[in-house]
Design a protein around this ligand. Structure first.
Ligand SMILES: Nc1ncnc2c1ncn2[C@@H]1O[C@H](COP(=O)(O)OP(=O)(O)O)[C@@H](O)[C@H]1O
Ligand SMILES: [Mg+2]
Length: 249
């Protein structure tokens, strides 16, 4: 199962993905997280002991160029770059979770992450998973990857949304784009929800009820501030995480 997450910056994508990862692990599954945010933060969020030691795939320029098949001056890409070995070579494992960091988009093509996008797309489409293997993709806002069809190969897209009009607007835009690229399962997840009124505001604004509502929990933001892994807070929101997974699977 491949699950991607999107939503406006700061809504809680990385937090919720980390909690999902931990729950899936506790349920006995094998979990690979792919951090595709240009300012990656998943390693800290899941408590990888030495995040500085992780080599982001984006830093391996030559390798990326080879894998995406882009040759100097040519706008075309190979149809089938090999990516299998990337998974085993550039993965770290800690706390029973596997993590791969895609890394930052840099200079050159002025913000075009074409090579990274192509590699990620291949990885997502070529990755064959058994029912107990999960690939979780954490991204930035996600609109960019959706626009390029990078994540068209995922089974589920979760769109995190907080009770704010701007967040709802982004979520609706994400849903539309996701459906356009053919992602069959697109669901909203409410986060930083304080009361019933917040839940109703979200349901009304989105036109459909989110599959889970996560409470605004100071223990979560405090853990982040102290640099503590958020997965230590799973017990506080385990019902929500389990409910989300049940709705999804
Ligand atoms: N349910 C929640 N309750 C309290 N704080 C939260 C919650 N979810 C996320 N946060 C906090 O919000 C901030 C942004 O979360 P993060 O997961 O990094 O967002 P994103 O990945 O969408 O940019 C972090 O400080 C995080 O601890
Ligand atoms: Mg994030």
């Amino acid at each position: 199962m491949k699950i991607a997450i999107s939503g406006k910056g700061g809504v809680g994508k990385t937090t919720i993905m980390a909690l999902i990862a931990e729950q899936l692990k506790r349920d006995g599954n094998e979990v690979l997280i792919i951090d595709a945010d240009p300012s990656p933060h998943m390693a800290q969020t899941i408590g990888v002991k030495d995040p500085g030691a992780i080599v982001p795939i984006a830093e391996m320029k030559t390798l990326l160029q080879e894998r995406s098949g882009k040759t100097e001056g040519s706008p075309f890409y190979n149809i089938n770059p090999q990516v299998d070995d990337l998974l085993s070579r550039y993965m770290v494992e800690d706390n029973g979770l596997k993590l791969m960091v895609l890394g930052a988009i840099e200079g050159g093509n002025k913000g075009c992450a074409c090579a990274e996008s192509t590699v990620l797309k291949r990885m997502l489409t070529k990755l064959l998973l058994s029912p107990t293997q999960f690939a979780l993709l954490d991204m930035e806002a996600g609109v960019e990857h959706l626009g390029r069809g990078t994540i068209a190969g995922v089974d589920h897209l979760l769109t995190v949304v907080i009770p704010a009009k701007s967040s709802i607007r982004t979520a609706l835009k994400v849903k539309k784009l996701a459906e356009e690229v053919g992602i069959k399962s697109v669901n909203f997840v409410g986060n930083k929800v304080i009361d019933k009124e917040d839940e109703e505001f979200l349901t009304e604004g989105l036109g459909v009820k989110p599959i889970a509502f996560f409470p605004d929990n100071p223990a979560i933001s405090k853990a982040e501030r102290k640099g503590q892994p958020v997965i230590g807070q799973l017990d506080a929101v385990q019902d929500q995480v389990k409910g989300l997974l049940k709705a999804l699977l």
